[in-house]
Ligand binder design. Sequence first.
Ligand code: URA
Length: 309
Amino acid sequence: MRLDKYLATVGVGSRKEVKILCRKQMVRVNGEIVRDSDADIDENNDTVTVDGAEVVWKAHHYYMLNKPAGVVSSTREGKSVTVLDILAGETLTGEPVIYGGQEPAANARSLSPVGRLDKDTTGLLILTDDGPLIHELLSPKKHVEKEYIVGLRDRISDADMKHLEDGVDIGDEEPTLPAKVFRETDSAGKCMQPAGEADANASAYIPADEIHIVLHEGRFHQVKRMLGAVGNEVLALKRIRMGNLKLDANLQEGRYRELTDEDLELLKGSRSEMEDLTDRQVYETSIGPVCMSKKEYADYLDALEMQKK
Ligand code: URA
């Protein structure tokens, strides 16, 4: 890999900045000064130092952001501040974007959000430059769980909660997949801030009820459309979990942090059991052809083995 790409990837600076560091003889590879920033290095075996400090090679970067309302998840240039602007500490036109005075993230502009949250939705957003992981987490086949806290305009009945769990018609070709819908037992009277531009003093915008909803899919405005389908309205929406990874409760809105190795392990192990429930096919068994999931078939084979022993 080219030295300038390597140093830019780990966040030492842009390629232009790396060129200057090389000219100033501040970069060494295996102890030797390297003046050409386009020199080739072996990222897995070479030791690179910048101004005496050893560089730790990281192919990918992973961040967790507690997305504030009023910021868009899209990465395209527009009028609104984007989630990437938060991590870069500035807009694409150089206006400062400061939430809590954090250091800009290394390589912020090469990150992508894992899925989108609406402008007025808050909470957990993962940002990374690991394309295969993004694909894996968003693949409709993987059914990675997304958990939201939903502030509602009206108190919701048990029947409507059941209806949401079973799947509702939101105007798409297929009804929504089965979901989990429940109340936090201790959430009574602990409503979230109203979403969007609403005047926080207007009682019409104070949620009358609060539920958790866990989805295995990610359709456009899905939670809002589901609640609309049962005659209610979402006044506040916050994502608190993606797969096995929960939003860090210490991360205030607008703040971000790198994922730890433990976080990453949780995130990578996020494939849902639902995949097995939906990917059913016919397998030959001792009692003839039976339709079952891969997991059920594996269990069946294990049981056969046990019988033989
Ligand atoms: N569902 C919605 O309606 N909005 C979001 O931002 C996420 C899920």
